[in-house]
Ligand binder design. Structure first.
Ligand SMILES: NC(=O)c1ccc[n+]([C@@H]2O[C@H](COP(=O)([O-])OP(=O)(O)OC[C@H]3O[C@@H](n4cnc5c(N)ncnc54)[C@H](O)[C@@H]3O)[C@@H](O)[C@H]2O)c1
Length: 377
């Protein structure tokens, strides 16, 4: 029996260039604001989601993760990797794609690139969190790790949080030079001052916020207690996998710590260094007004970001809506169209029936597969 409401259509495919075209048509600032609205909306209906920690396949140099989530109407998943040594091979550290599907039928409505989209959604989530957790009036941010994610962090904090000065440091001076080039003479960063620093400590000095977005599969200590000043907000993005941390454990002890989805962050975040009884607050509780964020202007706050499936759900919803309204992307026949949905075999059924030769045949020997092919040809 066929179900009348079943979607019978192609799947929309969005390439990285398609997503870049969406950003170009909408404008970067409006894209960041729009995505922030979708992310906030979804965090505010936290209870509507079927949530789980992502499934990770670890290897010595990296991780490949699947991130599923669903509400009553929409299911999404993201495939994403994290291989810090990739850049030496000419590949990005982080590469991703994902699917948005109709829960009622299971039909995949969208298959999209998520490499560029992940950089946007991560930066927007960081900014959404900082708006709740950083001191009001924060204007200076240190940005440690100047690779693929860094421009997005700088621009999201500029447009959404009001950051006016970015202080850069990376162990690779070439990465910082690239970030400086991308922000200079850029109309999206026109009123932002960019300062190159010689060390993390120098970059952090005088900053209201510090964002760490480094990639190294090790227990690094990028931010140490001696760098802390009263009221600092730390946005830790690169410590997102077991055995891969950025923040010294004593910094966590000195801070009020916020997470996306506690069961996942306990395993993957900088929080992995702390005992199971170390208290944290989930961001959605602060956004919903159930729990306080920063308690006072001198408190150290730390957003231990690892990336949660709900942010990709919001981002996929956002690019899907924009792609449809702007008519960007390609319709691809990912799922077969069948005259009779119970007759999948029709797709591979030979056009004409195979005539089977008689047991001895004209050759006087048993028929071979070649004989069968020649008979049909
Ligand atoms: N939390 C999230 O939602 C989320 C999302 C995307 C990426 N990430 C993580 O963000 C990190 C950065 O990703 P990317 O795509 O920009 O990677 P990338 O490889 O392009 O850049 C990382 C940069 O960090 C620098 N670095 C490494 N160790 C450093 C140190 N000790 N001090 C200063 N700089 C250092 C490297 O030289 C490099 O330039 C990765 O660890 C990735 O897994 C997290």
């Amino acid at each position: 029996m066929t179900t009348p409401h079943l979607p019978r259509q192609n799947t929309l495919f969005l390439s990285p260039q398609d997503v870049a075209n969406i950003v170009g048509r909408v404008g970067l600032a409006a894209t960041l604001h729009g995505m922030a609205t979708y992310i906030r909306q979804d965090f505010l209906r936290w209870q509507d989601f079927d949530k789980s920690a992502r499934l990770a396949a670890h290897s010595p140099d990296g991780v490949i993760e699947l991130m599923p989530i669903a509400d009553a109407n929409t299911y999404t998943f993201k495939y994403v990797n994290g291989h810090p040594k990739n850049t030496a091979l000419g590949l990005p550290t982080v590469m991703a794609f994902g699917v948005l599907a109709d829960v009622a039928s299971g039909f995949p409505l969208l298959i999209s690139e998520l490499t560029l989209t992940t950089a946007l959604r991560t930066a927007v989530t960081s900014a959404v969190a900082a708006l709740e957790l950083a001191r009001p009036g924060s204007r200076v941010m240190a940005l440690i790790g100047n690779g693929a994610q860094s421009e997005f962090q700088a621009l999201a904090f500029h447009h959404l949080v009001g950051i006016k000065e970015i202080r850069l440091f990376d162990v690779d001076a070439g990465a910082s030079a690239k970030l400086l080039r991308n922000l200079q003479n850029n109309p999206d960063a026109a009123s932002m001052r960019v300062v190159l620093c010689n060390s993390t400590a120098e970059a952090v000095r005088g900053s209201d916020i510090v964002t760490t977005v480094t990639a190294d599969k090790t227990n690094a200590t990028i931010i140490t207690p001696d760098m802390l000043t009263a009221g600092l907000h730390i946005n830790g993005v690169g410590g997102d996998c077991p055995g891969k941390t950025e923040i010294h454990a004593d910094v966590l002890r000195a801070a009020k710590v916020f997470v996306e989805y506690e069961p996942q962050t306990r395993v993957e975040g900088d929080l992995q260094q702390m005992g199971a009884d170390f208290g944290v607050t989930e961001l959605w509780q602060v956004l919903a007004g159930n729990k306080t964020g920063r308690d006072n202007d001198t408190q150290i706050t730390f957003f231990d970001s690892v990336g949660f499936a709900m942010e990709d759900f919001s981002a996929l919803r956002y690019v899907h809506d924009l792609a449809q309204s702007l008519q960007i992307g390609a319709a691809i026949p990912l799922i077969p169209t069948l005259a009779d949905p119970k007759d999948l075999y029709q797709l591979i059924k030979p056009a004409t029936p195979i005539k089977v030769a008689s047991s001895a045949g004209a050759t006087g020997r048993a028929p071979t597969a070649r004989d069968a092919l020649e008979t049909t040809a």
